[in-house]
Design a protein around this ligand. Structure first.
Ligand SMILES: Cc1cc2nc3c(=O)[nH]c(=O)nc-3n(C[C@H](O)[C@H](O)[C@H](O)COP(=O)(O)OP(=O)(O)OC[C@H]3O[C@@H](n4cnc5c(N)ncnc54)[C@H](O)[C@@H]3O)c2cc1C
Length: 501
């Protein structure tokens, strides 16, 4: 979409450094510039400042999860250049305004939306191939655009599944997906980042320059140290993959979880798999497993034998596809790439949900599996909404990185658990409350069986021991990097890395 189309579609106010480059309708729009300090900022930027009262405000402020729709920032600043980000941070500091960096807006805790100023980098979304086949990616690119842009060159950066997640939030907290056991986490493939720190200056961080920040951004970077504007990633050649999908009767749930946990974390690196237990209110619980293998369908059939030999699968499907077709399938995107974006630009809708997470560092006992299975079963008798528990395999390239080599500490897990509850935005508050209660109860029941660590990208405002849960033995170093680069704690939110322990 051109800038003109964007402005015409959204009706946003546009002002550039004292000059109005547009005639006609855009000049009209520009005259409606926000007043006061916001107008002053807008005049210095290439991008736009959207404030309450602007026609675009309602759309500009919302995140992916509708639970945060009640938060109203003073302004959303759509930055279009590194200079825009530098100027916005300097300006926000001058006026004592709170800053929330935002890329894709998928924060589970709503931390990319604050009552202060949202520094939105979504227009910095270019995906290009640089020297040494490295991917140069604007911090606002969505995952589907990263996959599609690199696929044109037969390359990829391992990333997550959801098409609309932003590359910045994902990378800065780790980044797990169907290529992770083969190629590592997204953050493991980061070779350089440009970040505007609290000083209002951009720093280029890599193994040689600002190496402390480069270390911290790989797992501890979401909203903590500054606003990242650009990433450079190592890429990997990709062509075809094989994928599998299995389903069993619910009566097989216990043996399937047992078989999966013994098998998935130790499978060859090329195979990443998920075990999915879910139940909609009033419906029947289901257990499925799906995975992707960098190899042939025949090899994959042999590899999944421990799963297909468990219980009586009702569905066994193994399919060869291009890597990009697989990425689109995991993304749940059957339409065009343009449609794989959120409305109004694309066809996808937002969600109403709450997530929590755990890591399992040792095999689940029969009691642990039973607790999980019964927990999911309990969902069917409770009103509307649905529950999912996803077990994502670790191991492979993820666990070969030493714990202290990057800020992402979860390198010895067998698998992660993600607990999710979904309901409708139009549901009465009691439905949301019942879903939250279900989620908290299941999470509480699993305490005796898990490691005490949680995935920082499934950030959870309810966690009391979050510093340890997200960062473990890397916490002290993260705090010292924070003190060096943001001594005034400009970048702070409820679970931001503190300047002191
Ligand atoms: C539907 C869905 C699917 C998901 N699938 C996966 C998955 O497959 N794998 C996985 O690992 N994770 C997954 N996640 C979790 C996801 O990685 C995190 O929610 C991530 O933080 C989202 O990034 P974002 O840029 O979209 O979100 P945002 O809300 O924009 O940002 C998240 C955090 O990062 C900060 N931030 C954003 N941009 C910047 C920036 N430019 N510089 C500095 N800080 C910044 C924000 O302030 C906020 O604290 C999923 C989440 C959802 C909602």
């Amino acid at each position: 979409m051109t800038r003109r189309e964007l402005l015409e579609r959204t009706g946003r106010v546009a002002l550039t450094a004292g000059v109005l480059p547009f005639a006609g309708p855009l000049a009209e729009l520009a005259r409606a510039a926000p007043p006061g300090i916001y107008g002053q900022l807008a005049r210095t930027l290439q991008g736009d400042v959207v404030v309450p009262g602007d026609p675009a405000y309602g759309q500009a402020r919302v995140l992916f999860d509708t639970r945060f729709d009640g938060v109203h920032p003073h302004a959303v600043v759509f930055c279009e250049s590194l200079t825009d980000v530098e100027r916005t941070i300097t300006w926000a500091r001058r006026h004592g305004l709170r800053i929330a960096p935002r890329s894709g807006g998928h924060s589970y805790g709503g931390y990319s939306l604050s009552p202060g100023v949202v520094v939105d980098v979504s227009r910095l979304s270019r995906v290009a191939l640089g020297p040494q086949r490295r991917a140069v990616v604007g911090a606002g690119a969505r995952l589907i655009d990263v996959y599609a842009g690199l696929w044109e060159h037969g390359l990829t950066v391992p990333a997550g599944t959801s098409p609309t997640v932003g590359i910045a939030g994902l990378t800065l907290g780790g980044g797990i997906g169907f290529g992770a056991r083969k190629f590592g986490l997204t953050c493991d493939n980061l070779v350089e980042a440009t970040v505007v720190t609290a000083s209002g200056r951009a720093l280029v961080c890599n193994a040689h320059e600002h190496a402390d920040l480069y270390w911290a951004l790989r797992g501890g970077g979401g909203g903590n140290f500054g606003v990242v504007t650009r990433f450079v990633f190592r890429t990997h050649p990709v062509a075809g993959v094989a994928t599998y999908a299995l389903e069993w009767p619910w009566s097989d749930a216990r043996p399937v979880v047992q078989a999966w946990q013994k098998w998935a974390p130790h499978a060859p690196d090329g195979l990443f798999s998920v075990c999915n237990l879910n139940c909609a209110g009033g419906g029947s619980p289901r257990i499925t497993s799906a995975g992707q293998f960098f190899g042939t369908a025949q090899q994959l059939k042999t590899l999944i034998a421990p799963l297909t030999a468990t219980g009586s699968p009702t569905r066994v499907s193994v399919v060869s596809r291009t890597y990009m077709d697989a990425a689109r399938m995991w993304a749940g995107c059957s339409g065009t790439i343009a449609e794989c974006h959120l409305q109004p630009q694309g066809a996808l809708g937002r969600s109403t949900f709450k997530g929590k997470s755990d890591y399992a560092n040792k095999l689940f006992s029969a009691r642990a599996v039973d607790t999980l299975v019964r927990g999911i079963e309990s969902r069917k008798t409770r009103g509307s909404g649905s529950a999912i528990v996803l077990l994502d395999s670790s191991g492979g390239a993820i666990n070969r990185v030493p714990k202290g080599a990057t800020a992402f500490v979860h390198r010895d897990a067998l698998f992660s658990l993600q607990y999710l509850a979904y309901w409708q935005p139009t549901d009465p508050p009691a439905v949301g409350a019942a879903n939250l209660r279900f989620l908290r109860n299941l999470y509480a029941a699993m305490r005796p069986f898990v490691s005490g660590f949680s995935y920082q990208n499934y950030i959870d405002p309810e966690l009391s021991s979050w510093k340890h849960a997200y960062y473990g033995s890397n916490l002290a170093r993260l705090v010292s990097v924070k003190r060096r680069h943001d001594p005034g704690n400009v970048f702070n939110f409820r679970q931001s890395i503190p300047t002191r322990l």
